[in-house]
Design a protein around this ligand. Sequence first.
Ligand code: URA
Length: 234
Amino acid sequence: MAVRLQKYLADAQVASRRRSEEIIQSGRVCVNGQTVTELGTKVDEGDVVTVDGKEVHPADKLVYIMLNKPEGYVSTAKEQFGRPAVLDLIDCEYRVYPVGRLDHDTSGLLLLTNDGALTYKLTHPKHNIDKTYIAQVEGIPTAAEMKRFSEGLEIDGYTTAPAKIRIVKKGRLTTLEITIHEGKNRQVRKMCAAIGHEVRSLKRISTGRLTLGGLEKGSYRLLTEDEVAYLKTL
Ligand code: URA
């Protein structure tokens, strides 16, 4: 069945459909050896499509991976500013992408997939999926500070939604378990700093019902069928 070139490229995980349109218009795409810049162009089975001279094919298999991201890796497909990318840790014949991101200095649960529709759904702000973190912070938060944290506080002119915070272990560094469902830039770090307790280390241990369990830092595994089915219900 013939499909529009931009859909073909999106299905081949080249980029989102919108970005694929830009790639086509910039003259980087050939169909059967001819450069095509027309967005409406249809491709049929048997047509050979290349981007920057490399053949691309729609992914015929969807893969879902859970990685325990180590600190020091960026949650992008390619390295940035000399920092390695999480994809360097994954040996997968399909081109997968991180679902959302963890900071360079955050470790823990990161999902990767080539299922663009699921990625879109899971990263859309309207999907309030709980994400739980273990944070080591300076000092011991008081009850009043914990209340401010859980009721919502201002970071960068934005008031955070209600969040959960619980002390796991007190000390010079206190271990906190924190659950938020938003995904603002460096949100947990900024929320902790806003109550006067700088984060010294941060690890995501769950996304919705999916938990890191005993997955070792730097290791990854395929999600189970049940886990994938669960994510699709969100
Ligand atoms: N909050 C942060 O501050 N950093 C992360 O990586 C994730 C949530």
